[in-house]
Design a protein around this ligand. Structure first.
Ligand SMILES: Cc1ncc(COP(=O)(O)O)c(C=O)c1O
Length: 402
């Protein structure tokens, strides 16, 4: 799939642009999403703060989208769907709102900085500690180990559902059963799962689940969604104007407003609202199956190339749709993934991401930390089999030149 920059000099030289960086942000967006955002930008995007005679009713879009999101996530009510600015924002809201000073958390070795940096700051500022669940070679944690790690002061279990580095998928529902048995708040980072895998928060048993809107949810950057169960006691973290109960000096207690201080990213919600309809028509299972087929081809094709090593679990539908790999040159020396990524871009017009992907613990687990991480391909519903073949051919050529 072209990334829309045919005018770029490399595109002119290679005659082709292939976008394989959907785990960073999805491209392209579905046409109805683009159309809805374009139309909305022709209006004032005010919400809950002004009395306008506008054709565009921001409040109504927010309300309507929340209802669709609650259905999409299997939530009990629309109030449980919180508009955030990103997955990071959602995770900060819930981690800072739930984890008590001096308490303890159970997590995995594959967490993103969006979880680990808040935890490190909570350790520094509030004496919080954590234990990491043991994991197998593919990074899958052992839920049975949870009980042995629980302490009297444990205040939450935080799990990255799908690794953005390896595609490793954790047994989130099994962990949910144990968390609920223990009565521990269960927080899921679903940044790399929502939109490509069916989500049902009740089946998973989590009380919070964070995701951005700009990845597989097909909306815009600067927008995220946080599922926050009404049963979860979570202090508001981002505090300020809500356009509601301006008479109060403190944050209103009503959900979802309690957690939505600041002007909501209205174009992001408009895009998400249109994306919800697109998902309804397209079907998440169809998206999953399409992506799994492509990942399977990329994984197998890359594994056959000399000097290339793919990390992460063997392809299946129960996996994330990233393929991370390392490259050794013909003398067997490790090649900086940034060099490979750059060659793929400059010589072949392929967009990828290389490095540590904001998840150094995951690279430590897979033994790729000291070599600067991996090159990562990530696909979407709009990636084609021809794109995958072209990417494989390109990697073969790049490797042959090293
Ligand atoms: C697993 C995981 N968690 C969290 C995030 C953060 O998402 P955002 O940058 O949209 O806040 C990412 C983004 O790459 C991710 O892959």
């Amino acid at each position: 799939m072209s990334d829309g920059s045919q005018a770029h000099p490399v595109a002119a030289a290679t005659g082709r642009r292939v976008y394989l960086d959907n785990a960073a942000t999805s491209f392209p967006k579905p046409e109805p999403v683009i159309e809805a955002v374009r139309t909305a930008l022709g209006h004032s995007l005010t919400v809950a703060r002004s009395t306008h005679l506008a054709e565009f009713r921001g409040d109504e879009v927010l309300k309507r989208c929340r209802i669709k999101l609650a259905k999409f996530f299997g939530a009990e009510s629309a109030e449980e769907m919180i508009y955030t600015y990103s997955a990071t924002d959602g995770l900060n809201i819930v981690l800072n709102g739930v984890i008590k000073p001096g308490s303890h958390v159970i997590t995995t070795p594959l967490e993103h900085h969006s979880v680990m940096r808040p935890l490190h700051h909570l350790r520094q500022d509030a004496g919080v500690s954590w234990s990491t669940l043991p994991a197998d070679g593919m990074g899958v944690v052992d839920p049975a180990a949870i009980k042995g790690l629980v302490r009297p002061e444990t205040s939450a279990i935080v799990i990255n559902w799908v690794s953005n580095v390896s595609g490793t998928m954790q047994p989130v529902a099994e962990i949910g059963r144990i968390a609920n048995e223990l009565g521990l708040p269960y927080i899921v980072d679903a940044a790399q799962a929502t939109g490509t895998h069916p989500v049902d928060v009740k089946e998973i048993g989590c009380q919070a689940m964070a995701q951005p809107a700009h990845k597989a949810l097909m909306s815009l950057p600067g927008m995220g969604v946080l599922y926050l169960s009404r049963a979860l006691d979570c202090k508001p973290w981002r505090i300020g104007g809500t356009g509601y109960r301006s008479d109060l000096v403190m944050q209103p207690e009503d959900r979802p407003v309690k957690y939505e201080a600041g002007t909501v990213n209205v174009p992001g919600v408009v895009g998400l609202d249109a994306a919800m309809d697109w998902f309804e028509q397209t079907g998440v299972k169809r998206i999953r199956s399409h992506c799994a087929t492509l990942v399977s081809r990329l994984y197998e094709g890359l594994s056959e190339l000399p000097g290339v090593t793919v990390i992460g679990p063997y392809p299946s539908e129960d996996r994330g749709f990233v393929v991370s790999f390392t490259v050794d040159d013909q003398a067997g020396a490790p090649v900086d993934p940034l060099v490979v990524s750059q060659l793929l871009a400059e010589q072949h017009g392929i967009s990828t991401r290389a490095g540590l992907h904001c998840a150094p613990p995951a690279h430590r687990h897979f033994g790729t930390l000291d070599r600067g991480g991996t090159v990562r391909f990530s696909v979407s519903y709009f990636t084609t089999p021809a794109d995958a073949e072209y990417a494989l051919k390109s990697v073969r050529e790049v490797v042959a030149g090293l």
